[in-house]
Design a protein around this ligand. Structure first.
Ligand code: FMN
Length: 140
């Protein structure tokens, strides 16, 4: 049984090294547990989609919620799925500061990442758009 979960949070340490270390850790752990997904970062905010087995996603989200490297973890969307959407990434990465702001403006009032003020559906549509426009790096 596959599921997908989407959440938002606020980074505590916004240095590139801190983000890099989270990504490295994810890319090390996720192949072992069969988790795939993407992590978007911009303006101090994380938007992450994780998908995989129901128990594995549930367990990882438990760890993530207790992780002191971020705060205000908000569950945006959870669903059972028949296939993965981000199966090509152990943890794909999107650095929104390097993006054309038009893609953000397409889904929100201001050209910034603000998953706290839009629906989970809209945040997921943004992730799908980022994928369709090849804005995700770190394929592994
Ligand atoms: C924004 C964010 C995203 C994370 N994503 C993942 C992930 O995809 N996979 C993962 O194993 N850990 C991820 N972590 C790290 C986990 O919170 C946790 O540190 C890791 O699973 C190891 O847990 P443990 O030290 O209790 O074994 C993330 C942490 C943060 C702050």
């Amino acid at each position: 049984m596959l599921v997908r979960l989407l959440y938002a949070s606020r980074a505590v340490d916004t240095s590139p090294e801190a983000i890099e270390s989270i990504l490295n850790q994810s890319r090390q752990h996720n192949p072992v547990t069969g988790i795939t997904g993407i992590l978007c970062y911009g303006g101090g905010i994380f938007l992450q989609a994780i998908e995989g087995g129901r128990m594995q996603v549930s367990e990882l989200f438990g760890h993530i919620q207790r992780d002191v490297r971020h705060k205000d973890v908000a569950l945006l969307h959870y669903e059972e799925i028949s296939e993965r959407r981000f199966g090509g990434w152990t943890m794909g990465q999107v650095n929104l500061s390097k993006l054309n702001h038009a893609i953000l403006l397409k889904y929100s009032e201001k050209p910034e990442l603000d998953p706290y003020s839009v629906s989970g559906k809209v945040s997921f549509a943004l992730l799908e758009d980022l994928m369709a426009t090849a804005n995700i790096c770190g394929r592994a």
